[in-house]
Structures are given as structure tokens and as C-alpha cells.
Design a protein around this ligand. Structure first.
Ligand SMILES: Cc1cc2nc3c(=O)[nH]c(=O)nc-3n(C[C@H](O)[C@H](O)[C@H](O)COP(=O)(O)O)c2cc1C
Length: 310
């Protein structure tokens, strides 16, 4: 059993992570029963499910579909809205002693202004904001901000104007020019980038001859997207000076290390949790072993290692 050492402690855009492993938004339930102390030691921070201004029922019909080495989801931002989240969820999440990032997803300027005002009111309870300009599972807002550098900058600036704490901007891999979007977010005040959210995908129900999902498209994640996500991390990290957090298909310490060597300061883990929480311990212990193997004091010395020779 590994003990807590500082060899994996990193700072990701103002958030102190005891290990560089973050639970990705939407892949963890809030219920106390989900959280056990022996898991907490393997987790640096936890991202909330996407929070919108008003309560949201989410998408009708099938919401999750397994694919080879992956998962398509079309949850559609189901959540209770920011007011209820702050009143009923935040305290329970905070008492676990692990930093909590609020994944904020807006459909309009007014939504964002309202939510950031509410977050600022409870700033002592919030370790940071993960600005979600990347969810593909809704017809309005969200990913339409993140595919465009100008709109990403606008959303980031608006959030930054109301919030002086850590601000992670979660990119969409669907953006045609990742470096441009990454630079726009950095210039507008992001303290870190998360690269990235899910890829647009589809499934067809061949028995009925119809798309599986009511919105036709859904977001693909899991190990199937890992090489794609690695490329997004590489491109984003090459374009900015702020930390990049790798996200997409991380299912092992080796995958986490590859993200780090491509330029990520930390990783988020989502779909792999559905196969079991043991992945968190495996990544933690595997990264500790990697730090020892490479003869460095802290994992941050391995950030961008693979870039040195290219
Ligand atoms: C069921 C499910 C729900 C998700 N909900 C959200 C969400 O609410 N907000 C968000 O930013 N990302 C959401 N995501 C995307 C993940 O946070 C993550 O960016 C993506 O799945 C890639 O990482 P992974 O391959 O490790 O899962 C969701 C993913 C899944 C599988």
C-alpha cells in the first residue's frame, strides 16, 4: 500500500492536488456511499456534474451506450440547477476533504453571469471552477462556445470578471483549431485548460433501423479516445504556458504518464471508473513508481518530457 508522499503533489492552475488525478465531471455520484476514505487518497480533486442555471431534466431516451473500448453518453446536463446545488450538495462534497471543482455550463451570457455571482458568494466552499464550453449533448450553448476561439475567450472573460479563483476551461476536441482556442482561453484569464471533453459520435439500433440516441449524436469517451485525447493535450500544451489537464480515455498509470509526458500537469479520469474504482489506486501507485524509475523528485519534472526531443 502506498503512503502519501509529496512526489505526486502538483499545482494545477491554483488548485493544490495531492495526486495529479481528478475525477472527471459527470462520472461520479454525489451520494456519500460512493466515497470511501481509502479512495480519497488516490484522488486530487473531484469535478461536479455539469451545473446549469436552472434545473435540467436531461435528454429523453437512451443516455448511455457501450462501444468497443468506449462509451457514448447523451445525459444532456441533467442536474438540479445552481441554487439547489449550492444549498444541498456543496457542503456534502466539501466535507470529504478533497478539492471540489464546479463544472459550470451556460446557455447564455445571462446564465453565466448569474452562476458566477452565485459561485462567488460561496467562494470559501469552492476550490475552483471548471468552465464547460464543451458539452456536446445539448442543442443550445455549451459546445458552440468551445469550438470558436472568440466565443471561448468571451465566456472565459465573463467568468474571470466575477471569479478570481482557479478557473479551468474545459475544451472540446471538436474545435477545428485547438491551439487557437487554447491561447484564447489563456489570454482571457484561464488558469488551466482541461483537454478535453467528449467526441461527437453515433450509434444505430440495427434491429429498429433508427439512431440509438434521441438527439442522434452523443459524446464518445473511454479508452477508445485515448490517442485522440493525447493529440489534443499535445496541441494545447504546445500553445499555452498555463497548465493543461489531460482528459480522455485514461485507464492506467501508463496512460496518465503518457498524458503527462505530452505536456499535461495532471489527468482527469472518467469512463474508466465505470469498470471499477481500482483504476484510481493503480494510477496513483503507478505514477509513484514512474517518479522513482525516472529518478525525479516530483512528477512535475516529467511534464512535457516527450516534447524535449521533437
Ligand atoms: C456519463 C458521462 C457524463 C458526463 N457528464 C459530463 C458533464 O456533466 N460535464 C462535463 O464537462 N463532462 C462530462 N462528461 C465528460 C467527462 O467529464 C470527460 O471529459 C470525458 O468522458 C472524457 O474522459 P474519459 O474518457 O476519462 O471519460 C461526461 C462523461 C460521461 C461518460
Amino acid at each position: 500500500m502506498s503512503c502519501i508522499s509529496d512526489s505526486l503533489r502538483v499545482n494545477a492552475g491554483g488548485v493544490d492536488l495531492r495526486v495529479p488525478v481528478v475525477i472527471a465531471s459527470g462520472t461520479w455520484a454525489y451520494e456519500d456511499g460512493m466515497w470511501q476514505d481509502d479512495l480519497a487518497r488516490h484522488v486530487g480533486a473531484i469535478c461536479s456534474k455539469a451545473i446549469t442555471k436552472d434545473p435540467c431534466l436531461g435528454n429523453p431516451g437512451t443516455r448511455v451506450w457501450e462501444t468497443p473500448s468506449g462509451i457514448l453518453n447523451s445525459i444532456g446536463l441533467q442536474n438540479e440547477g445552481i441554487d439547489s446545488f449550492i444549498d444541498h450538495r456543496l457542503e456534502g462534497l466539501k466535507k470529504r476533504g478533497t478539492p471540489v471543482m464546479l463544472n459550470i455550463c451556460m446557455q447564455s451570457d445571462e446564465d453565466l453571469a448569474y452562476m458566477m455571482d452565485r459561485v462567488a458568494e460561496v467562494k470559501d466552499m469552492v476550490d475552483g471552477v471548471e468552465l464547460n464550453v464543451s458539452c456536446p449533448n445539448t442543442d443550445h450553448g455549451c459546445m458552440s462556445w468551445g469550438v470558436d476561439a472568440r466565443l471561448t475567450a468571451k465566456a472565459t472573460e465573463m467568468a474571470r470578471a466575477k471569479w478570481d479563483g482557479p478557473l479551468w476551461v474545459k475544451l472540446t476536441p471538436q474545435a477545428p483549431d485547438i491551439p487557437a482556442v487554447a491561447r484564447a482561453a489563456e489570454l482571457a484569464g484561464a488558469s488551466a485548460l482541461v483537454a478535453s471533453n467528449t467526441w461527437l459520435g453515433m450509434a444505430i439500433d440495427t434491429k429498429r433501423g433508427v439512431p440509438v440516441f434521441a438527439r442522434r449524436v452523443a459524446g464518445l469517451s473511454g479508452p477508445a479516445v485515448f490517442p485522440l485525447a493525447l493529440r489534443v493535450v499535445w496541441d494545447a500544451a504546445g500553445a499555452v504556458k498555463i497548465p493543461v489537464i489531460g482528459c480522455g480515455g485514461v485507464d492506467s498509470a501508463d496512460a496518465a504518464l503518457a498524458m503527462i509526458m505530452a505536456g499535461a500537469a495532471a489527468v482527469e479520469v472518467g469512463a474508466s471508473l465505470f469498470a471499477g474504482f481500482g483504476v484510481l489506486k493503480d494510477i496513483h501507485e503507478g505514477l509513484e513508481a514512474a517518479v522513482a524509475r525516472w529518478g525525479v523528485k516530483n512528477v512535475s519534472e516529467l511534464v512535457g518530457k516527450a516534447r524535449e526531443t521533437r
